[in-house]
Write a protein that binds this ligand. Structure first.
Ligand code: SF4
Length: 217
């Protein structure tokens, strides 16, 4: 398996990719890996473009960047702030409930275990793993559509859906690389190995067995 070699190449390329293409970089700039902001953005980002999530989150955090400040907003004020986000009314409820739980149950701290994070409203398996790997550097693999698609193209796994991919990746990827998989494959998927891969400009083309790569010029 060439996972480590590929990740090392992607880490170097990552630095060069612009934020308007590698939009995950914009997300990181806004939450700065601060636990509360990261968790809020992870919840807001489901079924919403990173560019919209980043822009709206930035405005939200200028007004309310802590559980206490979120709870000080009325439902209407919070909904108005989140409006361009998909399912903003439902997500406004989630964020208020998350803020309440953080204050009442965790004394203002954000828990760092999967079992606790997954209990928050609006947090599913992918959101929990993205949060834990990126913010707390936990050894977990967060699989979204980019990770699923690229892992299959690179021949690391042969799977039909993200959950299968996650299970198989745990078997074939060395543990010390688990926490890096999501960030670098998502950025790579946003810039190059997207739905229609740009194989002609791919920095890992020589390492990729994807059979149709030469067709995508
Ligand atoms: S060669 Fe094409 S399919 Fe393979 S990793 Fe690069 S962009 Fe993706």
């Amino acid at each position: 398996m060439n996972v480590e070699k590929i990740l090392n190449i992607l880490k170097k390329e990552f630095e060069k990719w612009p934020e308007d293409k590698a939009t995950v970089k914009k997300m990181i700039r806004v939450h700065n890996n601060e636990p509360f902001k990261s968790l809020v953005m992870a919840v807001l980002s489901t079924q919403t473009k990173d560019s919209i999530t980043s822009e709206i989150s930035k405005k939200l955090f200028e007004i309310a960047d802590s559980p206490k400040k979120i709870l000080a907003l009325t439902d209407q004020e919070l909904e108005k702030l989140l409006k361009p986000i998909s399912f903003y009314k439902r997500k406004a409820k989630y964020i208020k409930e998350i803020s309440r739980i953080i204050i009442e149950k965790y004394n203002g701290n954000i828990p760092n275990s999967y079992e606790e994070i997954i209990k928050f409203p609006g947090v599913g398996r992918k959101v929990a793993n993205v949060f834990l790997s990126n913010v707390y550097k936990k050894d977990v693999i967060a699989v979204d559509i980019h990770v699923h698609r690229i892992s299959n193209r690179l021949g690391w796994v042969k799977t039909k859906n993200p959950l299968q991919t996650e299970k198989e990746l745990y078997k074939v990827i060395p543990k010390h690389l688990w926490k890096d998989i999501n960030l670098y494959l998502v950025a790579f998927g946003q810039v190059i190995c997207s739905h229609k891969p740009k194989c002609s400009i791919c920095p890992i083309s020589q390492l990729c067995p994807y059979p149709n790569k030469n067709l995508h010029f």
